[in-house]
Design a protein around this ligand. Structure first.
Ligand code: TLP
Length: 341
């Protein structure tokens, strides 16, 4: 079975498993796990922040950031297709009692002008705008890259209004590899940054939330409150460290393969995807109504040996990742030609 559902399906390699088995560990709730401390410091350094916090998932990382930046009944701006808004189970309402203010972006990208308009005036009738979240790369828009110049313009608006900026950088390293712009430059305008290790990087578990010492102190307290304090977590953190040290550059192969898939799909009748909009490892294509619904196509592809995700009634998502080979991609192309032509 060729699994293009997500880059989260990647399994640890033999070398990563060895690093995990040999990791030095301690009780991380006492702050005594040397491997967790190393991973936190190394990730914080990578994104140019003072401190980092290892957490079980990207979802917890984003939710801790929201909790640490806001008070109940505050408002947070994000893009309408943001993971935080669509795939975190209503977390902002549940954990932080925060109201979301979605902006309609273009391929996941909104502008400083939209932000300026969305920020509420200080007035007892309105919820204070406290936080803006940017997703880079943007999952639902198809792994698209949020331009750095626009991030700087949004940062200027945010700073003028005293609003904090959070980066859902679950796949930030894909943006780094695709553009050559280092992670610390992408992260510089943000007050907090979340990086996932368990997606294209191939570690089995975990994300790291980074920010100032004070911010991470708050997030640390909430991590305990959310039940995310782990004990000998060095075992899994070692997989994350291994991924950061050995797997980042390989992301470019995922990008190349995603582009190849997009180019092939676009040649099939009734399928639409602009290969120029495929910036990294995610391909989202539209399927003509006559070919059936997304769910039906997902099922037909599955029967032919390929797993994907129907993302909307007529949209299918494919994600390339390090556990695929070139032969898998060749085979995937043959399956698409057979099932979708
Ligand atoms: N995304 C998953 C699904 O939840 C959709 C995937 O398969 O892509 N931010 C972004 C941008 C994400 O794409 C994800 C995971 C997360 C946060 C949450 O990470 P986890 O799954 O570790 O909680």
């Amino acid at each position: 079975m060729i699994d293009l559902r997500s880059d989260t399906v990647t399994a640890p390699s033999r070398a990563m498993r060895t690093a995990m088995a040999e990791a030095a560990v301690g009780d991380d709730v006492f702050g005594e796990d040397p491997t967790v401390l190393e991973l936190q410091a190394e990730t914080a350094r990578l994104v140019g922040k003072a401190a980092g916090l290892y957490v079980p998932s990207g979802t917890m990382s984003n939710q801790l950031a929201i909790k640490s930046h806001t008070d109940p009944a505050d408002e947070m701006i994000c893009e309408a297709g943001a993971h935080i808004m669509n795939y975190e189970s209503g977390g902002p309402a549940f954990h932080s009692q925060v109201q979301l203010h979605p902006l309609q972006g273009n391929l996941g990208v909104f502008t400083a002008e939209q932000v300026e308009e969305a920020i509420r005036p200080r007035n007892v009738h309105q919820p204070p705008t406290r936080l803006i979240a940017i997703e880079n790369t943007h999952n639902r828009a198809g792994g698209t890259i949020f331009p750095l110049e626009e991030i700087h313009r949004i940062h200027d608006v945010a700073e003028r209004h005293g609003v904090q900026l959070h980066l859902d950088g679950a796949r930030l390293l894909n943006a780094v590899v695709a553009t050559g712009i280092p992670a610390h430059e992408w992260a510089e305008p943000f007050d907090s940054v979340s990086i996932c290790l368990s997606k294209g990087l191939g570690a089995p578990v975990g994300s790291v939330l980074c920010g100032s010492e004070t911010f991470i102190e708050r997030a640390h307290r909430y991590r305990k409150l959310f039940g995310g304090g782990m004990r000998q977590a060095g075992i899994i953190a070692a997989g994350g460290l291994y991924a950061l040290r050995h797997h980042v550059d390989d992301l470019r192969w995922d990008h190349e393969r995603a582009r190849r898939l997009a180019q092939t799909l676009n040649r099939l009748p009734g399928i639409e995807v602009n290969a120029d909009d495929v910036h990294t490892n995610i391909v989202i294509f539209d399927v003509d109504d006559q070919k059936g619904s997304g769910a039906e196509i997902e099922e037909r592809l599955k029967r032919a040996g390929l797993l994907c995700l129907a993302f909307a009634r007529h949209k299918i998502r494919l994600v390339t990742h390090r556990d695929l080979t070139d032969t898998d991609i060749d085979q995937a192309i043959q399956i698409f030609q057979k099932v979708l032509a």
